[in-house]
Design a binder for this molecule. Structure first.
Ligand code: NDP
Length: 326
């Protein structure tokens, strides 16, 4: 019998929503043998815009799209969902500090965590809306869903890092593997080239320009979002949507032998990261809903310092929302 997956999405009428929905409907995420029911949440003022998105989804006449439901009630949107993609989040307004943004968004994720009570038993949750790691931490603490099913997205950072290494080494991006993003989806994230590979060889042997790897490369990955806004006048919604798709596919399938992918998941204490912190690690998935953190990767003092800095930022974010962690 053909499988049907229920996908709940928040931020459904936003830029990323607009890029990701047609691709889910077309079978780019769950495959060409899986039917999809979309359960779209929006805040009440955006429900009219969402109607337009739904019209376009219907006009796509996607054979795999079984139904599209909309609601401004998160409990309705998450009812029976197998995956929840939490994309909606209040944007940072002028003059707002990161701490203010965290406080503004925190209550949204308290409510959404609680609203998942009637989700499917196997639900997994990907948080994209920023500040993604801490939003996911808040949602996780306010839901009954096993903690290991809560993730935050660092896949766009991984993809950006792979793209930059591929350009520098003049190879197709598919040759870049074993790329880890450590820590927070923020400017403190650490893209690790000490353990990355290019065409099966250590990346730092292929690109021996260590000053570039430890300097311009890291800055480029960290600031890529701003670079795209400056060039396009709009944020990088298409690549963010693509990264969310890659994220779900990585958890839905077995990771190729020898490789790994990056996502923020609750730490089990690996690499000295405080237990429970939503931290981006190198991961492997068995394709049956189980994942593990890749163990034993070597780190130079430079890498340790970077990982420590991003951990410190996440602990600070956590302390800002400690009252929301149940
Ligand atoms: P987008 O669809 O462009 O972005 C949505 C979220 O994803 C933002 O938090 C954004 O962070 C984050 N994001 C992560 N990676 C990227 C990336 N590479 N490029 C862009 N964004 C990224 O936002 P829109 O403004 O178009 O839409 C916002 C949506 O959120 C609307 O649907 C709105 O209704 C909804 N919303 C929901 C709320 C709720 O659930 N209560 C409250 C407020 C809004 P960043 O801002 O840092 O770019």
């Amino acid at each position: 019998m053909q499988r049907t997956v229920r996908v709940a999405l928040t931020g459904s009428s936003g830029q990323i929503g607009y890029s990701i929905l047609p691709r889910i409907a077309a079978g780019d995420v769950f495959g060409k043998d899986t039917k999809v029911i979309l359960q779209l949440f929006e805040i009440t003022p955006a429900m009219q815009a969402l109607e337009g998105v739904v019209m376009e989804l219907l006009d796509g006449a996607y054979p795999l799209l079984e139904d599209v439901k909309t609601s401004d009630n998160p409990e309705v949107a998450f009812d029976g969902a197998n995956w929840a993609l939490l994309i909606g989040s209040k944007p940072r307004s002028k003059g707002m500090e990161r701490g203010d943004l965290i406080r503004e968004n925190g209550p949204i994720f308290v409510g959404q965590g609680k609203a998942m009570a009637k989700a499917a038993d196997d639900i997994r949750v990907l948080v994209v809306g920023n500040p993604a790691n801490t939003n996911a931490l808040i949602g996780m603490h306010n839901s009954d869903i096993p903690h290991e099913r809560w993730h935050a997205m660092t896949r766009l950072d991984e993809n950006r890092a792979k793209a930059q290494l591929a350009i520098k080494a003049s190879v197709p991006v598919s040759k870049v593997t074993n790329m880890t993003i450590w820590g927070n989806h923020s400017a403190t994230q650490y893209p690790d080239t000490e353990n990355a590979q290019i065409d099966g060889k250590p990346a730092q042997d292929v690109i021996s320009h260590i000053e570039w790897l430890q300097g311009e490369f890291i800055t480029k990955v960290q600031k890529r979002g701003a670079e795209i806004i400056a060039a396009r006048g709009l944020s990088s919604a298409a690549s963010a949507a693509n990264a969310a798709i890659d994220h779900v596919k990585s958890f839905e399938s077995a990771t190729p032998t020898g490789d790994w992918f990056s996502a923020a998941v609750p730490s089990d204490g690996s690499y000295g990261i405080d237990k429970g912190l939503l931290f981006s690690f190198p991961l492997r998935s068995d394709g049956n809903g189980n994942w593990e953190i890749v163990q034993g990767l070597p780190m130079s003092d430079f890498a340790k310092e970077k990982v420590e800095a991003t951990k410190k930022e996440l602990l600070e974010e956590k302390s800002v929302v400690s009252d929301l962690l149940g």
